[in-house]
Design a protein around this ligand. Structure first.
Ligand code: ZN
Ligand code: ZN
Length: 365
């Protein structure tokens, strides 16, 4: 089959190539991939900096952790699924089943968790295998998608569920709260959408000049009330003015290179406000000068964020089914799988928001 695969450790070494089809074990299912999202976290696979966690790949290693498709093959012991079922995976490929995280259903936090498209062959391919062990231990890691949900939207459930968890389950935003979102990449855009769904009052988005031209119009369409620039020297005072006497209830950090976000957030937030760290940063999250004291005095909550949980997935699918979520402004590009490199480039040049690869479009090229 055709797939996008890493062929060696380090930047580049990524190609559209023939790899063996996955073999469906007795407890496994194999999906025919219909759509696979390109994620910001995929960029280091092509451009570097390469990260130690990729060193243990067995090459060639198919990438892609955001994917949806149709069940193509089921192992002889599988009773929950049948050929033709339309499903999406939360990319869990293995969990231990007995650690404190697994026992409480927080499978994403399992220290032994392995991801499909992170530790084993992923979804940027014509077919992908879901291992039987995860179907047994974490059955809800694979979900049926609503009839009205197109595969390209099912494939971006990962980022929107991140936004749902950050804003609703972690920041606990309620209608009328003011919220600040750093970053207008896919996680930022989906956060705007979720903030709108919960009727946040002010939805303030902070972006860079580079990403503003394509992505800020999408922010506005989705319901952002105010757009500010990260390099604005008066950023904090402008945010505080917008928050007025109600103040800012939460800052959601969906920006990557974001070492300076925390001190700004501590200043912006109202007492008792919440800071949710969604975006990954490779720099130390640090304070400019003495705001640790301010964080304490204001009783700011710092919330480390990892992905989503089953509630996020269940509820986002329900919102979609009821017509309350429109992902079409965010999925700006649908490309054949063979055009994966174009997709990565569109994303890094900030000419796209979310890019989805669709293997079946290759037949039309
Ligand atoms: Zn992702
Ligand atoms: Zn575990």
């Amino acid at each position: 089959m055709k797939a996008v695969a890493k062929t060696a450790y380090g930047p580049e070494h990524l190609s559209y190539m023939d790899v063996p089809n996955p073999v469906c074990g007795d407890n496994d299912i194999v999906l025919k991939v219909k759509a696979a999202g390109i994620c910001g976290s995929d960029m280091p696979l092509l451009y570097g900096p390469d990260e130690a966690k990729y060193e243990h790949y067995t090459y060639p290693m198919v990438i892609g952790h955001e994917f949806a498709g149709e069940v193509f093959e089921v192992g002889k012991n599988v009773t929950d699924w049948k050929k033709g079922d339309r499903i999406v995976s939360d990319n869990t490929g293995y969990v231990c089943g007995h650690c404190p995280a697994c026992e409480t259903g927080n499978y994403l936090l399992c220290p032994e968790r392995k991801g499909i498209g992170g530790d084993m062959d992923g979804g940027m391919a014509e077919y992908v295998r879901i291992p039987g062990i995860v179907l047994q231990r974490d059955a809800a890691s694979v979900r049926r998608i609503p009839d009205n949900m197109e595969f390209e939207y099912a494939s971006v459930m990962d980022p929107i569920c991140n936004a749902y968890k950050a804003i609703i389950q972690e920041a606990e935003i309620i209608p009328g709260d003011n919220i600040v979102i750093y970053g207008n990449g896919p996680l930022g855009l989906f956060s705007v959408q979720i903030a709108k769904i919960v009727n946040a009052a002010k939805i303030i988005v902070i972006s860079t000049k580079r990403s503003a031209p394509v992505r800020n119009p999408i922010c506005e369409k989705l319901g952002a009330t105010d757009l500010l620039m990260a390099d604005d020297p008066d950023l904090v005072s402008k945010v505080k003015a917008l928050g007025g006497e109600d103040g800012i209830a939460a800052v959601i950090n969906c920006a990557s290179r974001s070492a300076n976000v925390l001190p700004q957030a501590v200043e912006m937030l109202r007492p008792g406000g919440k800071f949710v760290m969604v975006g990954y940063t490779r720099s130390a999250v640090t304070y400019a000068e003495d705001p640790a004291d301010l964080m304490g005095h204001k009783g700011i909550h710092f919330i480390g964020h990892m992905g989503y949980d089953h509630t996020s997935w269940r509820n986002v699918l329900a919102l979609y089914r009821e017509g309350r979520i429109d992902m079409s402004p965010i999925v700006t590009h649908k490309l054949p799988l063979s055009k994966w490199r174009d997709g990565f480039e569109l994303f890094t040049k900030r000419e796209a928001a979310k890019v989805v690869l669709m293997p079946e479009l290759d037949k039309e090229v």
